[in-house]
Design a binder for this molecule. Structure first.
Ligand code: PRP
Length: 178
């Protein structure tokens, strides 16, 4: 099957506006006396995370770390299997943690990850997603911060890919079958 780019779902300006608003929510909830560890799940979330953390106030003790996991191959369906390729460098015990994802779909990736990270005894563990597709959920995950709730359509750009392509787009676009 081959795909091509379709219409824009979110323009860069709308994304930037929501990123600021979500950062304001995170800052509002953050303890001032503990580090706030922002954990990005590679690869898709890296784009959102780097914009998000630069909207957080300077006075917050913000740390950034990444994990690399995979739940999808080149298909558009979750395999339900999460493989960890790269773990955190940061010890999150006693720290406030926000896990940042570009998208939550079935919820399987975040569900597995949250169980794993909770076992490391963070002071708090919250979830921030840019895009939420609730129709696709296979397991319940509490989403604390969300950029946009979107329909069950395949989208790319701003970090999201289709078989590795189109992550670099500034806008988020639909993908259509050719
Ligand atoms: C995407 C996304 C989440 C996961 C969400 O990652 O970044 O990690 O899928 O899907 P789920 O809720 O059904 O588990 P992907 O495995 O495509 O990796 P990528 O970030 O490298 O593109």
């Amino acid at each position: 099957m081959s795909y091509k780019l379709g219409e824009v779902l979110m323009f860069r300006e709308e994304i930037a506006e929501r990123v600021k608003a979500v950062a304001a929510e995170i800052a509002r909830d953050a303890d001032r006396d503990k580090p706030l560890v922002i954990v990005g799940i590679l690869t898709g979330a890296a784009f959102f995370l780097t914009d998000l953390v630069r909207e957080l106030p300077e006075e917050l003790d913000v740390r950034v770390d990444f994990m690399s996991v995979a739940s999808y191959g080149d298909s558009t369906q979750s395999s339900g299997v999460v493989r960890i390729f790269h773990d955190l460098k940061t010890n999150i015990e006693g720290k406030n943690v926000v896990v940042v994802e570009d998208i939550i779909d079935s919820g399987l990736t975040l569900s597995h990850l949250l169980t794993l990270l909770q076992g490391r005894n963070p002071a708090s563990l919250r979830v921030c997603v840019l895009l939420n597709k609730p129709e696709r959920r296979k397991t319940e995950v509490k989403v604390d911060y969300c950029g946009f709730t979107i329909p069950d359509k395949f989208v790319v750009g701003y970090g999201l890919d289709c078989a590795g392509m189109w992550r670099h787009l500034k806008d988020i676009k639909y993908v259509v079958e050719e």
